[in-house]
Design a protein around this ligand. Structure first.
Ligand code: 0RA
Length: 639
């Protein structure tokens, strides 16, 4: 029998490694989603996820993230350290295998809740392949091992470089400038995810330090999900003094839930599978909702809290003012949907349902007073929903008589087919005027909105419908609104384009609109109908040569070109759309041949909604500042 020599084995696996790395570098988006801001930060999340796995296995209590002065990032944990022994089949250190082979993690599966497919769980080797350089240091059995790589290729075998008592892993990497156009890490983006992870993993200590800005944060929540709910509710008054906490495990699926009721009319449920935010929900969420409705109705009828005139409480009734977090772990999750964030595993629904039914009944038995307050709130919700339904029916009958007409403010287009037409929702009458003159009236419709639309956070649907701007918008869209009426198929345009000024007010209006669509017309986003226009920020001109510039980087480029040619030039900064004449607005922002549109995904709308819920404090100045700092949610998109 032919026996391969060690050298042959080594060379063969080396070729395999190079092929793998090449695949990642050729199509990075397949592994990390995209190569923009999100993909860049995904690299850090990927490394952190490995440390989180070690924490889930019970061996790691602290994770430290540092943005270094030079622009690299270090992720350090106090876990067992990546194994360093010689891998029998690969004939080299296990550490090298983990760092260089795609999906090598599985070889050492710790039977934790690793994610198969999707964006997370692609393995640390992907980060390595997309890094100009990466250094890993492992402390195990009192010895420190080290290896360095350039775009994923080891510089030399793993070396012993020192001694240290406490085990752990430290990964430092510099993203590759050839893959990522922008390489600067955002303290805010990283902090947000790390805080979330600290909430989801009770008592885990996570720190982040930014050596560039000097900012730092420490996260550690003994209360876990309970602390998460308190955080989400911080700007609201709750009727459940302490969040309700339920936990259980069935068929090796642990389920953890915390919830509360507050005085708003919104439902905010955050669901997670293996620490991944399932924005599109899924079977765990369905199970929770079903059990919540059932348990509360059972409690209400047992305690005779529903009078003869009261109907049973609907799902909408029991979720008004609800803040909930549900976190489950599944060994082989199936993710579906537009952003692969909907859990598909069908067995999970029943498991969550059973656990919630059992645990919640127990809780309500022991906390009758809280239960009664919740039911009272649900009953108020049910009554106002009924009142709203009657009012809607009345307006519907009235408008049927009046032959439902389009709002006067809408400058409609002449073509009738939705898939060929666009609606620009424009901030302010003056920009609306320019847009009307500049558009191609065959397929572009313009709807100017005056000032701010109603704050949808504070209003119930019935009150919202009394707001003229909202009614006008709903009428122009043609979809109707409200659970019973909204129909995305009736939409009159397949591109809804939000066009606002590039200032703080503009970004506020944009956030409001995104929140509105996210909460009340989610299918419009899911179908990919919602966009944001990108007006230029500057116009640089010299004689009759002119350039429109869309960001500060572009401005610097144009400036240096003009300067190098020793020419006089003028730069105009556009503060609002109104500063452009109709021709300019068409050319730069509306003409399908030249413009860039940013398509809104559910993820982005969710972020806007999240930002929005967070700024419910009444301090206007603080709110303004918050919006400014978070404008990135609706900026850093690409189509
Ligand atoms: C495989 C096996 C073991 C630990 C790890 C991987 C591990 C990976 C990373 C990545 C970042 N930090 C990490 N910490 C641990 C278990 C090894 C054993 O049995 O001791």
């Amino acid at each position: 029998m032919n026996k391969k020599t060690k050298q042959e084995i080594y060379d063969a696996s080396k070729i395999q490694v190079l092929k793998g790395l090449e695949a990642v570098r050729r199509r990075p988006a397949m592994y990390i989603g995209d190569v923009s801001v999100r993909g860049l930060h995904h690299l850090v999340n990927e490394v952190v996820d490995n440390s989180i796995d070690e924490a889930l296995a019970g061996f790691c209590s602290e994770i430290n993230v540092t943005i270094k002065k030079e622009g690299s990032v270090t992720v350090e944990d106090d876990g067992r350290g990546i194994p360093v022994d010689i891998h029998p089949e690969q004939n080299r250190s296990a550490l090298e295998v983990v760092m260089t082979m795609l999906h090598a993690g599985g070889k050492f599966d710790k039977k934790s809740y690793k994610v198969s497919g999707g964006l997370h769980g692609v393995g640390i080797s992907v980060v390595n392949a997309l890094s100009e350089w990466l250094v890993v240091e492992v402390a195990r059995d009192g010895i420190v091992y080290r290896q360095k790589y350039h775009i994923g290729v080891p510089e030399a075998p793993v070396k012993k470089v020192g001694r240290r008592k406490n085990p752990g892993t430290r990964v430092t990497f510099m993203p590759d400038g050839e893959i990522f156009k922008k390489r600067n890490f955002s303290f805010e983006i990283l902090s947000e995810r790390l805080r979330e992870l600290a909430f989801l993993n009770a008592d885990l200590k996570i720190t982040i330090q930014d050596e560039i800005s000097g900012k730092s944060e420490k996260f550690r929540y003994k209360g876990g999900l309970i602390a998460f709910i308190d955080y989400l509710d911080q700007s609201h008054t709750t009727i459940t003094r302490k969040p309700v906490y339920l936990a259980g495990e069935k068929e090796a699926i642990p389920v953890e839930i915390a919830f509360s009721y507050n005085d708003s009319y919104n439902e905010s449920i955050y669901s997670y599978v293996n620490n991944i935010h399932t924005i599109e929900g899924g079977t765990h969420l369905v199970g929770f909702k079903a059990a919540l409705t059932r348990s509360l109705n059972n409690f209400a009828s047992k305690n005779k809290l529903l009078k003869n005139g009261d109907n049973t409480l609907s799902g909408d009734d029991v979720r008004e003012g609800l803040t909930a977090v549900i976190s489950i772990k599944v060994t082989e999750p199936q993710f579906e949907g537009q952003t692969k964030t909907r859990l598909g595993n069908s067995e999970v629904k029943g498991i969550v349902e059973t656990i919630v039914n059992e645990q919640l009944a127990k809780y309500l038995e022991q906390n009758t007073a809280v239960g009664k307050r919740i039911i009272e709130k649900c009953k108020v919700a049910a009554r106002s929903r009924e009142a709203a339904r009657k009012a809607r029916e009345l307006t519907r009958r009235k408008s049927a008589l009046e032959n439902e007409s389009l709002p006067g403010k809408l400058a409609d287009c002449s073509w009738g087919e939705a898939h060929k037409t666009e609606l620009f929702i424009v901030e302010g009458d003056s920009a609306g005027g320019s847009a009307k003159q500049g558009r191609d009236r065959r397929f572009q419709a313009i709807l100017p909105l005056r000032g701010k639309i109603l704050n949808v956070e504070k209003a119930r649907l019935d009150k919202m419908l009394s707001n003229e701007e909202i009614r006008t918008m709903v009428a122009a869209l043609g979809t109707g609104i409200g659970r019973e009426e909204f129909q995305v198929d009736r939409i009159r345009y397949h591109k809804i384009i939000i066009m606002t000024d590039a200032d703080v007010d503009g970004s506020h209006i944009r956030t409001l609109l995104l929140t509105f669509f996210f909460r009340h017309m989610r299918p419009v986003i899911e179908q990919g109908f919602l966009y944001i226009a990108q007006p230029p920020l500057y116009r640089a001109a010299r004689g009759n040569e002119e350039y429109y510039v869309y960001d500060d980087e572009g401005l610097e480029k144009i400036k240096s070109r003009f300067k190098s040619q020793n020419k006089n030039f003028a730069v105009q900064r556009y503060k609002g759309l109104g500063e452009m004449n109709p021709g300019q607005l068409w050319k730069t922002t509306m003409d399908p041949e030249n413009r860039t549109l940013l398509q809104i995904t559910i993820e982005e709308a969710f972020e806007a909604d999240h930002v929005f819920s967070m700024l419910m404090g009444d301090d206007v100045e603080q709110r303004r500042k918050f919006i400014e700092e978070n404008a990135r949610y609706v900026r850093n998109l690409d189509v």
